[in-house]
Design a protein around this ligand. Structure first.
Ligand code: TGC
Ligand code: FAD
Length: 386
């Protein structure tokens, strides 16, 4: 029996029936609702907001949280969902990552019961959209150097400062905002209509064009005490959320690489040069084989990462290694697939250039490649080089 070129080591056979059903359902939705229009959305710099009810209907928002209208699925299912969504476009996976792991998760993990009741059910239904404000204009890799601050005024907090490169910012109903206080970094739920808060979109991006990216500005924004997340103080609050989201990215980017390789296998078989199909050249086969090898190793890494997560044994270093390896893999595969298409590789008719441009963001956000390399270096040596 021929092997599946996009699943050479039969990862599918390692999945439970339920996980396979989740993957199939999301895959169908991506085929039917995302792929037909995503090229145009990317060209028009437009997030396809009409997809949000579809995502909610399938239970993909807050998918691994228990209760509050969330589906309570396992870690492998969350990974497969990210993979299928990113096979469509990194912008769609980004939306789900931010809503689920960067907004719903902190409310779930660090919020009061009132906050959970108030926000999570509407977020699971896609009626309330969230964004996550950690990065600041002066340098995102070092969030400990945070200038946005919140000061107590009576029972309220007053926030001043700015955040930059914030996914979903301009379409969000609430922002999870991390600000320096006299007690250290704390998280706040800022609602879009609060006076002094604004979220202009960042225009003219060459990457993640089917996703909204914004700045956030806080000019004496008064936030009631009830909107402060009581369950965490310090940088470990936002970094714990990032560990959840980076986990999903480690799976997601595999989908982008699969989309590129799948298209290239077909293309090289039908493109005839020098009297034979492009695929009949050793140099082309070696490149395709190398991409299949890289995708396979990324799949095995993601699967074991998922198993560690389900066993409660996952560490931030595991996630750093997987995010680094799999983003690098996907970006290299997408760039080389673009090259094998020749001039057609720059055309919107083919997916690699869109994935390649998106992956330039994905390898940068949620910790750049260098940051993850330095995290592993610190783990190996016990010496911090940050
Ligand atoms: P460091 O001293 O290492 O740690 C401070 C405290 O945090 C704890 N910690 C973690 N906890 C959970 N998960 C992690 N990954 C953690 N890493 C560290 C740590 O134990 C410590 O706790 P405690 O109790 O001792 O205080 O902090 P550092 O200042 O040396 O920084 C470490 C470094 C550089 C790795 C960290 O700052 C970092 O990860 N920088 C990168 C920032 C980043 O990733 N930003 C992402 C912004 S959000 C985003 O990009 C969303 S894109 C969404 C999309 O569209 O999909
Ligand atoms: P910098 O931190 O200025 O880094 C610049 C360069 O220096 C990088 O190459 C970096 O690797 C390198 N570098 C940094 N430190 C070292 C060192 N010690 N040694 C050697 N090299 C180093 N943030 C959010 O908070 N929420 C979001 O929703 C969000 N969404 C995003 C969406 C998009 C499309 C993009 C592009 C970014 C988003 N970000 C978001 C921000 C993202 O997390 C940051 O861009 C990222 O963390 C890097 O920060 P920076 O851009 O300030 O780069």
């Amino acid at each position: 029996m021929a092997l599946d070129p996009l699943d050479l080591f039969d990862i599918r056979s390692q999945l439970t029936e339920e996980e396979q059903m989740v993957q199939d359902a999301v895959g169908r939705m991506v085929d039917e609702k995302v792929l037909p229009g995503i090229g145009r959305d990317f060209e028009e710099h437009r997030f396809p907001r009409e997809i949000v009810p579809e995502l909610a209907e399938l239970g993909l928002l807050g998918v691994y949280l228990q209760g509050y209208g969330c589906a309570g699925m396992n870690a492998i299912s969350y990974g497969l969902i990210c993979q299928e969504l990113e096979r469509g476009d990194s912008g769609i996976r980004s939306f789900v990552s931010v809503q689920t792991s960067l907004c719903m998760y902190p409310i779930y993990a660090f919020g009061s019961e009132e906050q959970k009741q108030k926000y999570l059910p509407g977020m699971a239904k896609g009626e309330t959209i969230g964004c996550f404000g950690l990065t600041e204009p002066h340098g995102g890799s070092d969030p400990a150097n945070m200038k946005t601050h919140a000061k107590r005024r009576g029972s309220d907090w007053v926030i001043n400062g700015a955040k930059m490169w914030i996914t979903n910012g301009s379409i969000a109903d609430i922002a999870i905002v991390w600000a320096m206080t006299d007690e250290g970094i704390r998280g706040f739920i800022v609602e879009k209509d609060m006076k002094g808060f604004s979220a202009p979109e960042i225009e003219r991006k060459f990457s993640l064009r089917a996703s909204v990216t914004s700045s956030l500005f806080f000019d004496n924004v008064v936030v009631p005490a009830a909107n402060m997340l009581p369950g965490v103080t310090g940088l470990k609050g936002p970094l714990t959320c990032l560990t959840q989201a980076r986990y999903g990215i480690s799976w997601g980017v595999i989908g982008a690489a699969q989309a590129c390789l799948g298209q290239l296998i077909d293309y090289t078989k039908s493109r005839v040069l020098f009297g034979r199909p492009l695929a009949a050249n050793q140099a082309i086969q070696i490149r395709l084989a190398d991409h299949a090898r890289r995708i396979t190793t990324a799949q095995l890494l993601a699967l074991q990462l998922g198993r560690l997560k389900e066993a409660g044994k996952i560490t931030p270093q595991h996630v750093s290694l997987a995010k680094w390896n799999n983003c690098r893999m996907a970006l290299d595969v997408a760039r080389d697939c673009r090259d094998m298409l020749g001039g057609a590789g720059i055309s919107a008719e083919y997916v690699p250039v869109r994935h390649m441009l998106n992956l330039e963001s994905v390898i940068t956000y949620e910790g750049t490649e260098t940051i993850h390399q330095l995290s592993i270096g610190r783990e190996l040596t016990g010496v911090s080089a940050f």
